[in-house]
Design a protein around this ligand. Structure first.
Ligand code: CMP
Length: 143
């Protein structure tokens, strides 16, 4: 079973999209293993987006991510990383397919509603940045 890291960004939280987005993942059959509403500290934003640190858009990205609470989640299921990425859609909401979260709820690459890990390796790294191991529900002990 695979886990992935998903974060509803401040624009998504402010627009009241948490329930809609959580519902989509639940309806798909994924299981929520952890969740927290939090204004992220700068060190974790830099760690989360370290591959983009040299990009011109990085200062604006960091300011946007820290502009309000984010809703951080760990979702679990078969091929969770790829499944969630398809449901989230292309990075630029203007190009994201209708039916995807960004395709349905966004228009601006600088306000693209949601982040999801792009590979199983990224998922492990990003979950480790934001969650302590004890925060993640171990469904293998329950199911
Ligand atoms: P995300 O999936 O969180 O991963 C990196 C983020 O950088 C991306 O979503 C966007 O929010 C942001 N981003 C990527 N490209 C640009 C860009 N050209 N201008 C502004 N923000 C960008």
């Amino acid at each position: 079973m695979e886990r992935t890291f998903v974060m509803i960004k401040p624009d998504g939280v402010q627009r009241g999209l948490i329930g809609e987005i959580v519902s989509r993942f639940e309806a798909k059959g994924l299981k929520l293993a952890a969740a927290r509403l939090e204004v992220l500290p700068e060190d974790r934003v830099v760690e989360q987006y370290r591959e983009h640190m040299e990009k011109l858009f990085f200062p604006g990205l960091a300011a946007y991510i820290m502009s309000g609470p984010c809703f951080l989640m760990a979702w679990e299921g078969k091929d969770a990383v790829a499944v969630v990425r398809r449901m989230v859609g292309a990075t630029n909401p203007a190009e994201a397919a209708p039916g995807s979260i960004r395709g349905d709820f966004g228009l601006d690459i600088g306000r693209n509603v949601i982040h999801a890990s792009d590979s199983p390796e990224s998922a492990v790294r990003e979950l480790g940045i934001h969650f302590a191991p004890g925060e993640l529900v171990d469904y293998s002990r329950i199911d």
